[in-house]
Design a protein around this ligand. Structure first.
Ligand code: CA
Length: 424
């Protein structure tokens, strides 16, 4: 299938810098507000957000038969619910309106200010109402590192790891959009050398470099999604920081898994980059040995080459890049995760969010958490301002970025960032 909006030779009459995350081939979706607008759906090109409600109101989407009120919601759920044929047609129409050779909008100077809003003048909101959130554990290097550190280097992976895309149900209520600060969580922990637990602010606060995908089509209870059909159910992807309190986690996770160590905050980037836009960056996955069960088998290139980066910015200092990873290091693909999630008949709904799990690569600078980068606190990192970090300090801002680039086009996700405030 050819997706018109992905055409690599297209250029726009809007200026787009070479290193912009938002060329005409991206056209992600989000929700914004400003002094005049409470919440409108938007897309992005170059340094502008594009107000989709205003474009609909002006009649530019007339042939698509979309009720303009879907663009006047606090979340994208109703728009996504229209289905991929409609959202794809809308992205194609946007691409057409923004193309250098199209004059419809280009020559209509009086609507420009109504439709195009500089990123610096708006606030991007949480793009979807997340009903349910699941987090996987699908990077083999991450799982190997954690197993090596806390168990046995010779048997780092648990016996189930290469058979099951391991996951757990997370908390949707505390998912926030990039820019929302969080407080260091407080809770119970038991240092290894202590006899009894203590209560207080977390001492080992960590980020987890992840991406997440947003469900674009609901299923009924009892239905399964095959790996072959899975892409029809995935609307798009965001960057995702799955904040983790390591010391709280160590004490609480046996036997049911993480609880308060994870549910105090999870930060996502505001733009949902569609799976359609990511199609040109699909790449080969791991050879999976032992062979997976038939319901997890897939054909074609299902990994995605997304270059990922993490920086720490202390207060009043410049950011230091501490990690360069890539989404292609995922052992289990999104399609396998979704097939596994529904193989027992568990239903999914539009707006549900599925986290990848921490994405680490094989090299030490590709590790996607402080736990791994500082190797459990034994190898502190030195930042540009000369200070050291084993974990995340109060008033540090953690910034995730990601982009795809081939020999023709670069598309990106924008930023997923949040500042850690002291415990309350
Ligand atoms: Ca996680």
């Amino acid at each position: 299938m050819t997706i018109k909006a992905n055409n690599p030779v297209l250029t726009s009459w809007i200026t787009v810098n070479a290193n912009s995350d938002f060329p005409i081939q991206n056209l992600p979706f989000g929700i914004y507000s400003d002094a005049d607008t409470k919440h409108h759906a938007c897309s992005a090109i170059g340094n502008y957000a594009i107000d989709l409600y205003e474009l609909a109101d002006l009649g530019y989407f007339q042939q698509l038969n979309i009720n303009k009120e879907v663009f006047n919601n606090p979340y994208l759920n109703d728009f996504i619910e229209l289905g991929k044929s409609t959202t794809r047609a809308l992205r194609d129409r946007l691409s057409e309106l923004l193309s250098a050779d199209n004059k419809e909008l280009q020559d209509n100077k009086e609507v420009f200010n109504r439709v195009f809003k500089p990123h610096s003048a708006i606030k991007l909101l949480l793009p979807v109402k997340v009903g349910d959130y699941t987090d996987f554990y699908s990077s083999i290097d991450h799982a190997t590192n954690i197993g090596t550190m806390i168990r046995d280097p010779k048997n780092a992976l648990m016996p189930n790891w290469k058979y099951i895309p391991v996951g757990y149900h997370g908390r949707a209520s505390s998912i926030t959009v990039s820019g929302t600060p969080l407080h260091r969580p407080t809770g119970q922990m038991k240092p290894a050398d202590a006899e009894v637990p203590t209560f207080g602010p977390c001492r080992l606060l960590d980020f987890e470099l992840e991406t997440a995908y947003i469900i674009g089509k609901s299923t009924k209870l009892g239905e399964r999604i095959s790996t072959e059909d899975a892409d029809d159910y995935i609307f798009g992807m965001v960057l995702f920081n799955d904040w983790s309190a390591r010391d709280i986690q160590t004490w609480e996770y046996i036997p049911l898994g993480p609880f308060l160590s994870k549910n105090f905050a999870s930060t996502i980037s505001p733009w949902i980059v569609t799976l359609d836009a990511l199609e040109p960056y699909r790449t080969e996955g791991y050879v999976q040995e032992p062979k997976v069960f038939p319901y997890l088998e897939y054909t074609g290139h299902k990994n995605v080459d997304i270059k990922l980066q993490v920086s720490i910015q202390p207060e009043n200092a410049t950011p230091t890049v501490i990690c360069d990873s890539n989404y292609k290091y995922m052992y289990w693909t999104m399609e396998q995760q979704l097939a596994h999630h529904t193989v027992n008949g568990c239903n999914v709904n539009v707006g549900d969010m599925m986290g990848s799990g921490t994405i680490s690569g094989p090299q030490p600078h590709e590790y996607g958490s402080m736990m791994e980068l500082s190797w459990k606190g034994t190898k502190p990192l030195t930042l540009n301002d000369g200070t050291e970090r084993k974990f995340i300090n109060d008033n540090d801002t953690v910034i995730l970025t990601g982009y795809c680039q081939n020999d023709k086009v670069r598309i990106g996700f924008g930023e997923c960032k949040a500042k850690v405030l002291p415990a309350i």
